[in-house]
Design a binder for this molecule. Sequence first.
Ligand code: Z16
Length: 830
Amino acid sequence: SRGPAAEPTHALARGPVVPPTRSSEGFLREFLRELQYGQGVTLARSSPNDQYLAMARAVRHYLMADWLETARRRREHPAKMVGYLSAEYLLGRQLDNALLATDMVDIVQEALAECGISLDTMRAQEVEPGLGNGGLGRLAACFIDSLATLDVSCVGYGIRYEYGIFRQTFVDGRQVEVPDTWLSFGNPWEFPHPEREVEVNFGGHTEQYTDEDGRERTRWIPGWNVLGVPYHYMVPGYQNGVVNTLRLWSARATHAFDLQIFNSGDYAEAVRAQTFAENITKVLYPEDSTPQGRELRLQQQYFFVACSLKDYIDQTLPPDFDLKRLPDQIIFQLNDTHPVIAVPELMRLLIDDKGMEWDEAWEITQKCFAYTCHTLLPEALEVWPVELVGRLLPRHLEIIYGINERFLEQVREAFPGDELRVRRMSIVQDHPFRAVRMAHLATVAGAKVNGVAELHSQLLRDKLLPDFAQMYPDKFTNVTNGVTPRRFVRQANPALSELISEAVGPGWERDLSRLSGLESFAEDPEFREQFRQAKQANKERLRALLLVRDGVELPEGHLLDVMVKRLHEYKRQSLKLLHVVTLYESIRSGEVAAEDVTPRTVIFGAKAAPGYHMAKETIALINAVAKTINADPAVKGRLAVAFPANYNVTLAETLIPAADLSEQISLAGMEASGTGNMKFALNGALTVGTDDGANVEIRQLVGDDNFFLFGMSEPEVAALHASGYVPSQVYADNPRLKRVIDLIASGAFTDGDPGRVSAFVDDLLYNDRFMALADYQSYIDVQERIDAAYADTEAWTRSAILNVARAGFFSSDRSMHDYLDRIWGAGIRL
Ligand code: Z16
């Protein structure tokens, strides 16, 4: 039961939650109380960490009344809720976000100044929660931000990894991973709720039994279990008094387990069991766009969805709730296949725990889930070996078989005699090994299936899941990704934000379509000058950061050319590197005079999955090339390469606003959407890109004159594949490309050692799965056009402003409206 034992008698105890006074003195009081009573130190004796923790908690106070009020409102006026199920949330730092949401920056700055503390020092204390890999995790963070800003009822469910995405370091230019100990200095942004723990079962077997009503039923006799403890995070809307909740689960050993072993007298065994249980949420799998088929990962997936469903059904819904009405109350959005085991889990809950019949349970389940696919790489779709699922989740495997049997019956009915189709569509594959295809399960169970950009959704229908699109044409839809303008424009780019506010008036952060009001300012020379000054200020900010962060000294006055994203072959950092070496080689060989070259600094940022060999080779080569180029007086002042280690959300916030050129050069048909591409355009960088993912929509919106398109289109890629692609032929036929590859292969960048580059070079020449060589000449040509275009400062600035003016579509608020219209449906209150 909740609440006090007796009615409170004092007025203070009855009254509503009173937020602290919104003034610098009010904040100072909260801060000092937290410092003295919370941290137990005086200001004079406090460390920067003490100060940071105290001030973060003080900021938290200003959100608390809204959080409690939002929760009360949602309880008392229950509307349909979005349960966002995601194994990753790449949140980025929380302090600035909270200050912006509460509009407290000035107040806090003033209060801290009275204590001799700088807000920037406090900002720098925070270690960002890196509970995600890249695009997918950051998208989840943007979406929950937007839902709070739109006042949509949403709970984000996920995993509180003790170690997030690894910290990347370079040793002799090679990537070395260091654990991300983000919790080691304390986390002021989380609220543990051990009293809301839930039990999660694993292993064991199933058995048939006859219940009191004489019905034949199945029950699961688990082999072991763990506890899930929820940690709550505030998700504030933008200055609207709404605070939603992110609920991340942490694994603990069960008490029963402890006690049992303790009673057996084996203390060491009891501690081992504890460690075993807590391993489940120990670490984030550092894979982006490629699945890791490890047992612990399936444990993580089941762990967090089982916790989330149980929490929702048993703790969030009223006790007497009629589960037939579940689809009126909740839609679970499946962020990729990672949470798809929630489908058989809901079936199990409804049938085994709540006593429902299969057909009724299935009807409900099909209305409660929708699935977002984020990839096109066939090997990136998760499959779980039947043997593993059967051992870890025997009841779920039975249910999956049950779903599949009924589904395949429908396929046979719709397409009689087409057994090949049946095999293609089956949720359970036989070859190359027996396994559950999670994307098929999600597609069969989901009320809707969406891709993340127009092109991606089309290819999803036509290439990845064509049989399903044919059978369920109405299931498939598109929602183009978006990014939150609060973090990625307002917070990351104060200089540009001020200009925007002056031009279009305040409030654009909430309605990004209003950026179109900038359109006419592109023709105003004075505005263009101010725009350039803002870009310049951002470059200086980046310069200062890279100097202290990485000891890197950026040259001044250069075109800043930025490629930041996970290291993946399909994204083609290799192609960018070929361009860099081409520039270098053409100056060195005297083909072009150094003074005729547009000065350019190329910045890379990329983490490689620790087990991804080719990606790590590429990182080593980028660092080797950078070292050579930066030390060569022949190109000094004309070409520089920087590769700051450990690209993350925090670095992105300084890097993206400073960029002139955004590199989005994946092989067409490979990048589902991209979201970095949107952040750059919104910050006034021009894109050089292929016709891939959301680049297509960016180009359509900003216009061909303000976008540098190059490379094959997706149909051209398919045609080249079909006709047989021979990269070594491309190399042999293009003298310039040959010179560049030969230079790399000679060891010119690796102290004369060709052995250190042979894996990279051999792959390009004899494999080149993502056709970097096929797009090479087109890429070099477009980069030459870029050099010329950048020299025309006024025209470049006009294009940059038009990028900002025309990119308002890429707000994640718009994405949320699309989910509401196309997927989540009526019942969700706006
Ligand atoms: C991921 O970050 C993405 C796809 C995926 O299957 C798995 C992970 Cl961890 C990315 C896509 O590669 C990217 O194109 C897209 O913009 C992003 O997800 C968000 O949809």
